[in-house]
Every structure is written in C-alpha cells, then in structure tokens.
Ligand binder design. Structure first.
Ligand SMILES: [Zn+2]
Length: 522
C-alpha cells in the first residue's frame, strides 16, 4: 500500500452532507470541519487558542511561507511546535501563491519533501490553481498540476508518513475536473481537495461554484472525503456541505478583520456600517461598536478576527445540527435568502438532476424530524422526490376492487385508526381501497400510512392551493388507471382549505368514468 491513508467514517447523512470522523495517523477531526488558515509568521489568534475556544482539531498552514520564512526552524522543531497546535496540521502547497504572484521559487519535489520533513499530517502536492481563465489556460493548469502530482508521488515514495491530498483543478471546465479525478483514482489517494473556488466566491458566482463542486462530487462518488480550498464565508457553508464538501479552509476571518470587516452568517459588514453588534459571542458581549472603532488597530484586528471565527464555528455547528436533524435542506432554504446570488446557486443545485439523484440515494429513508415545506422549491428536496417516485411506482388496486374511498384524515394511532374505519364502514358498503388526500403528495394509499415522510410533512395552505390543479389531476390519473367504478370523497373535520375536497370531487366527476360521491358526515 502506498503512503499513509486518511480514514473517513460517516456517522450521519443528509442530502450529500455528512457528519463524519476523519482520522489521520491516530488524530481525529469531526466533519464537516471549518479549517482555519494559520499564518505561521503572524498568528492574530494563536492556533492553540482557536483549538481551545472552538474545539477545533484541524488547521491548515502555508508551506510556502514556512519555506520562505522559517525554513530551518520548522525543519528542526516540526510544524506542530512552530505553530503551537497538536491536532491535525494540513499544509497547502503554495499553489495560491502561484496564482497571486506568478511563480514559487521551489520545485514541486522540494515543496513535497519539505512538507514531509516538517511533519505535516496532510500534505498537498504543488498544484496550479485554475481560477477564472480561458480554456487554453485552464488546460495548462491541469496538465501542470497532474505532472507535479506524479513527480511528487514518485519522489516521496511508498513509505511517506503524510496523508497526501489530491488537488483537483479545472475550475469551470467539467471535463478537466473529471480528468483530474480520473487520473487520481488509480493512484491510491484517500483525501481529495477541490481548488479555485475563491475567485468564484469573490465574484458572487455561487451558481458556478455549485456546478464545479457537483462535477467533482459526482465523479468521485459519494464516499471519499472532499476538502474545498478557500471557501471563505460562513454563508456558503450550508450549500457547500449539502453538495458533499466535508472540510473547507479559509483565512477570511483574519483577512476581513484586517480590513475592519465583520462577518455575519448572512453577509459581511464594514465596521462603519454597524449600528450595534448583532452577535453575542465573547467579543461582542464585552465591547460595543463604538469601542471597537476607537481602539488601537492591532487589538481591533484581533477582536474582529475572534468574532469572525466565532461566526464561522457557530454556522458550522448549525450545519451539523441540521444534518443530524435531517433538516439541512431547510437550513439551505433559509440561508439562500441571504443574497440573490446564493438564491440562484440554490436553484442551480435543485436543477442539477444528476446531483439530486445522487443526493436522493444518500439521504436517509427516515429522519428524526418531520419535513417543513414552504414553496415549490421545497418539493424538489430529495425526500419529497423520493416519496413522489414511490407513489408513482406503487401498484394501486391489486385486488381489482370496484370502490375507492378517499379520506382527508391521517390516523397513526391504532385506536383512532379503528374509529376511522368504523366511520367509513358506516358510510360505504362492501370492500374498498382506502386513500388519503389533502397533502402535496396527492393520493396516498393507506398502507403507506406510516412510511416517512407522508404523514410527517407540514405544509402551508398556500402551497397546496398553488398546486391544486396538479394534485387533482394526479388523483384522477391514479384512480382512472386502477379502474374504480365508485369513488367516495369523505371529508372529516378540517379540509386542507375551504373548498379543496369539493373541488377534488368536481374534478374527479369530470375526469373519471365512475360514480363520484362527496360525503361530509355530521
Ligand atoms: Zn461576535
């Protein structure tokens, strides 16, 4: 077996997001993980403090800066001692510097052997970030990255003590992203990184970010851990996790703080745009916006960095909670309202049918909490798509009965169930097949009563109203295919909204070659 492997164990899943544990040489980190970038020569908030405050077990630092500025010290003492962090230390290759300053001064092999020598837990071959470039240039970046990775893996050999990450480049060109994944697949990697999201995020091209991650995740398959390089802002955490990114690093907390920018879960504000501090973290609870503006620059830099870190880790915890509850989609629906570009990205995700098919296959069959649906986009969530598909496939009226009874009340308790059947038997003669109506799912055979999510779905009346015709037509199709001769529409208690049951009856009367009766017991 070549070089050391990362072990990734998935505990909970939702959409393509998962809560998991990444183990690297005996050290563990829970995912999804926000991986703070530690500047080795200027730690505005020391890595050890981040570890303690936020229970953070993985950080990333820049091997290029270490190489340029602390070469001998870090070789001697090791990267953990130099940055003061004993969890998982990942090093990036300096590929970002290639993007910013054109070239690095060391060869790919130098960079690799250096990362190994300083004891990096997860090391990165020298990649060439694609960024937002024309195709010809993108092809070059991918060729160079692949060439560097091959040279690196040959140089470090099979006994390497690092987990080596596989840097996926190609940016907005799906075939190039796929080419990277395909090349790496045979090489034995256990940790993949997707590059170049930062220019997309800076330009608010979140929809393009969605398609780039989608291509990489689909090509990789649902299993291996995927790290997104430089995913700067907590407002993208829910969507990048939903798309299958398990780790994402960022230096934004410090870069923004250096420019007096205050991160919010839904955006960023300059300090002079704040009326008060809309946060209750340890920093914001003990200072005011006025004090922050007036304090000495270095101290303000530190406090803003701390606040920004707080928001990142808080949002990360929200994402984990949402996965555990099975409500990541609902978090996405809320967060996508933070910016029109993010909303567009959310729509792009839902229109990506291949991605959603993969998400349907990964989303658990039942969840801790019921579903909240809000609008037509909610109908595209994996659980609803799956539930609709099951209904399409379900064989109705196997016994060739003549009568269908449609009732609007769900009943899960046995006692209520018996009462419901007694009530219906008092109204209908002979044997019948029972369905319920009044939800977005259309007609649900009663035998699916307890199957998630049919009776665990909460919908506003307005959504059912806006789907009225579709629901009626679907009901007519189901009943007509099954060949019933008599249909009873029974209304017990409250209707979905006033007139829904009557409307269904009228529609079925028109559409079916059957006798349709509306019954409202008193
Ligand atoms: Zn705060």
């Amino acid at each position: 077996m070549p070089w050391m492997k990362a072990v990734f164990e998935v505990r909970h899943k939702d959409i393509l997001g998962r809560i998991g544990v990444l183990t690297v040489g005996g050290k563990k980190a829970e995912t999804p993980a926000f991986v703070p970038v530690i500047n080795p020569v200027n730690q505005v908030v020391p890595a050890s403090e981040i570890a303690e405050m936020f229970n953070c077990n993985i950080v990333i630092t820049n091997s290029y800066i270490l190489f340029r500025r602390l070469r001998d010290e870090v070789r001697e003492r090791g990267v953990h001692a130099v940055i003061g962090f004993d969890g998982i230390v990942m090093t990036d290759s300096g590929g970002y510097q290639v993007l910013q300053y054109g070239e690095v001064e060391a060869s790919p092999v130098d960079v690799a052997l250096f990362q190994e020598a300083i004891g990096s837990d997860i090391a990165t071959p020298l990649d060439r970030p694609t960024g937002l470039v024309r195709r010809g240039q993108a092809v070059k970046t991918v060729e160079e990255t692949l060439k560097n990775v091959k040279a690196t893996m040959e140089a470090v050999g099979p006994s390497s003590r690092c987990v080596w990450s596989a840097p996926i480049q190609g940016g907005l060109y799906p075939d190039l992203v796929e080419k990277c994944v395909d090349e790496y697949r045979g090489m034995g990697f256990s940790y993949y990184c997707l590059g170049s999201p930062t220019p997309l995020m800076t330009a608010y091209k979140y929809d393009k970010l969605v398609s780039m991650i989608s291509v990489a995740r689909r090509r990789l398959g649902p299993v291996p851990p995927l790290h997104l390089f430089g995913a700067g802002h907590p407002m993208v955490f829910p969507i990048v996790v939903a798309l299958g990114c398990d780790l994402f690093d960022s230096a934004s907390y410090a870069l923004f703080a250096a420019e007096d920018r205050y991160i919010l879960p839904y955006g960023t504000a300059r300090l002079d745009q704040l009326y008060s501090l809309p946060c209750s973290c340890s920093v914001c609870g003990s200072t005011t916006v006025k004090e922050l503006r007036q304090m000495e620059k270095r101290e303000r830099f530190r406090l803003l960095s701390l606040h920004n870190l707080n928001v990142c880790f808080q949002e990360l915890n929200q994402v984990r909670q949402a996965i555990w509850e099975g409500r990541l989609f609902e978090l996405l629906e809320r967060r996508s309202r933070a910016h029109p570009a993010l909303y567009q990205a959310f729509q792009a995700m839902l229109e990506d049918t291949q991605l959603i098919d993969l998400a349907v296959s990964q989303t658990p069959l039942s969840k801790r909490r019921g579903l909240f649906l809000y609008d037509r986009y909610s109908l595209l969530r994996p659980e609803v798509r799956r539930a609709m598909a099951w209904l399409e496939k379900f064989e109705v009226n196997k016994e060739r009965l003549e009568t269908a009874v449609l009732v609007n009340v769900w009943s899960t308790a046995v006692k209520e169930h018996t009462t419901l059947l007694e009530k219906i038997n008092g109204l209908v003669n002979g044997r019948y097949e029972l369905f319920t109506y009044g939800t977005v799912y259309g007609l649900i055979p009663y035998s699916l009563n307890n199957v998630f999510p049919y009776s665990q779905t909460t919908t506003p009346e307005t959504l059912i109203r806006s789907l009225e015709n579709e629901i009626y037509e679907k009901a007519a199709r189901t009943l007509s295919k099954a060949g019933f001769k008599h249909v009873y529409v029974i209304l017990l208690g409250r209707d979905a909204y006033p007139g829904f049951a009557k409307g269904l009856t009228n529609h079925l009367t028109q559409a079916l070659q059957a006798e349709v009766k509306f019954v409202k017991p008193t």
